[in-house]
Design a protein around this ligand. Structure first.
Ligand SMILES: [Fe+2]
Length: 209
């Protein structure tokens, strides 16, 4: 039986609506599936990632720093910054209970070599997260702004490295500066907010701590 033009027009309209509804259903299913999958810990680590580069410890490391996530205390002046991030393995798995020991100079570029000002260590949580509250370090002769860090997975050797600040005029003059070690910094409501994810090569034999 032949269809009239009106019938065809209605049929096309029906098919368009049906196709639109199907696309909506399919889209919702895709979104549900995406939500059901575990989120990647960070966009910068997908599948396989290179270990965070090692850097020199420098002359000012002191063992036995206090256990604390905030290095702020009375008398410390400077621009506040909170650095957050993850400790990951090279296959992008979070490393829980990883030690993060941080130390850096004060706002004038001076290290406390007698006490533990601007020194502290903490451990990542069960999702590999850390949160370091401190100030932006000052500069001293020959060095751009930097934070010294040791990161150590349980029963593994420590990774010693340094973190840098984007846009610092001293970066270009400091031979140790590495773009791979730049903190991503943005202006927050109460100082600066930075992010950096450490990647540890855990493929070797367990260390002695
Ligand atoms: Fe230093």
């Amino acid at each position: 039986m032949a269809c009239s033009r009106h019938d065809w027009t209605s049929r096309r309209a029906f098919l368009r609506v049906a196709a639109g509804l199907w696309a909506l259903v399919a889209g919702a299913r895709t979104a549900d599936a995406a939500r059901a999958q575990p989120l990647r810990p960070t966009p910068s680590c997908a599948g396989e990632s290179s270990p965070t580069p090692r850097q020199t410890e420098g002359p000012y490391f002191k063992p036995d720093s206090p256990l604390r996530a905030s290095l702020l205390e009375p008398g410390i002046v400077g621009t506040r910054i909170v650095v957050t991030g993850l400790v990951l393995s090279t296959d992008c798995q979070p490393v829980s209970r990883a030690l993060i020991d941080a130390w850096h100079s004060d706002d004038r570029g001076v290290y406390d070599t007698t006490g533990f000002r601007l020194r502290g260590h903490q451990f990542t949580d069960d999702q590999g997260r850390y949160r370091l509250e401190t100030i932006v370090p000052g500069v001293y002769v020959g060095r751009t702004r930097h934070i010294h860090v040791k990161v150590q997975a349980p029963n593994r050797p420590a990774l010693t490295t340094q973190l840098y600040f984007p846009g610092d005029a001293g970066n270009a003059r400091d031979p140790l500066f590495s773009r791979d070690l730049l903190i991503q910094v943005r202006e927050g409501t109460d100082g600066k907010a930075g992010t950096f994810d450490f990647v540890l090569d855990l493929g070797g034999r367990p260390g002695r701590g």
